[in-house]
Design a protein around this ligand. Sequence first.
Ligand code: SF4
Length: 620
Amino acid sequence: MPQEQDYIFRYKINPPEEENLRNPLLELMRAELASLGDLLILFYKEEEVKVDGFRLLNEREVIHELYLPKKEAEEGRVPENIHQQQEQWALPTPQLIENARFYEPRIEHIKKVLEKILAVVDLEVEGKPVKIDGFRLKNLSHWLGPSSGDPAEVFDHLATRCDCACAFCYLKGHPPTLSLKQPARSAEEEYAEALTRVKYFYPERRRALFPTLGSPYEILAHPYALDLLRELRKKTDRPLRLSTNGHSLTPKVIEELSALQPIYLYLSLHSSSEERRKLIMGAKKAEIAIQALPLLKESRISYAVVIVPWPLPSLTEMLADLQETIIYANAHEAHLIEVSLPGYSKYFPEPPLFSRDELWKKIVETVRSLRPKVSTPIIVKPSMFEEHLGPEMLNLPWVAGIVQNSPAYRGGLRSGDFLVAINGLPMSNRPQARDLLKLYHQQHSSKIVTTIKRIGEKKDIQIDPHDWDYPYHPALDHHLGIIFPGAGFRLSALEDLKSLIISHKAHKVLFLSSTLVKPYFIENLKQIALPKEIEIQVIVPPNRFFGGNIFMGDLLVVDDFIEAIKEYLQRETAPDLIVLPSTPFSLGDWRRDLTGRVYKEIERAVGIPVVLLDCEVIYD
Ligand code: SF4
């Protein structure tokens, strides 16, 4: 599609609300200050300044509250007309501010301020007042932000539709205030936006147009998916990593994808049985994805097989199918098998659907019984659940599996090996092992000697990074083909915690953790020598926002933290510092949770300083 001009990013503003019109000049000041409070941290002489009210210089006797309680309707409000599909899009459909605010909250700030300004002045053109109901971004190069350089940041914007109806689809059970809505637009209009995103995508400089959240559906269901991938391939030789339900993986599509190498597919096969794919995924042409595996191998496209074991129609049938699907993926040389432990929120049609821990244990038992029988590495997500079941290997550099035909595989490393050293450099935990392996992987070193322990016996294994074949590829792997169960917990985070506590001169600290991380966190706290007078208490907030059987720390939102802290304050004396891991606030750089709210709201609600501890996501 020829596109000379940039796609126009438009945003709607709302007309002034009745109640604001009573004192619109005051509301203008409040909106500007409150909105800035979500974007900035104010300082005076290197000390952070907290503000919760203001006085007008012309009315100094009255203190006005800065943050008024949010009205329920305000959250996730979508402008009217947004869902009417436009046949013609000479005027592009407005974007949703609710989606943009995770990565570029200054757009929401502009909207709030404009709305308040328009309550007190009229704009003019050539002496005549004009009414406006929206704004657009002027020069897109002003709106570039940090990028990982991964082309998925661009093509994910075309994942706007899906041709399946999975029983476990997270889009079925997401809370209404989660910003996963999208404006309904024609495929052509979506493609036009994506092409503009390609234009402003600078993978080497690690800059790109800020993304929007939206709904991550099935990219290959989009009629322009392959066109966009071809455009991106002209721009970068980085791997294209696509998630797909496999419904579109016909021989023709596989051939076209093969011309775009390096490419990696996360193929959500879920089952190698046609009948079962129909049952749990609503896949109409269930055979296409199943038949794709040998074709992908023939085309040398590396792929991971993703399985969400969903206990339908019964647990026994589900476990039997899990085994068969793993054996099928292994027979066709999948690069990796990822088993995602299933969960559901309280918004799923009929919770409770199953007992989480009981089901998850059965799935892990099945995976463990299969690992020695297949060559393809199998990982379980979240990996920490498996690791808590023992043996005691949490955060240690043990090998969950080795990619077939990778340098590590050909050198002789195997699932269950325990890494002790690389080229004589010892390692004591998993992040260290991953960092060292990544270094040697990137350096293309000629020979690497890994010291391992296998069934209690130490031995040296030589790895030649240049000795590899399909499904391994050095552009797709990071650790010479070694697959760990998860990224592991970086102990440097505990040193950072110590520095935070000392710099805040805190004595009693409340740390909010997650069910899976808490035991490991408490165990390792002993390693940091904290002064005796410092007390750290660790609590786990329940995932009330998602509910159901969701318990992942990264899915906690501002309100979950506020409620948990308030409950804690009812039974304990107040701490002088609250520390949260940064991972629930890691969408973009603006410290927003999954609902677009900033962590600073927690501090305002509980009246105690809140800081974030920078942490990595525990699984990768
Ligand atoms: S393929 Fe993905 S997006 Fe489509 S229904 Fe299944 S889980 Fe949902």
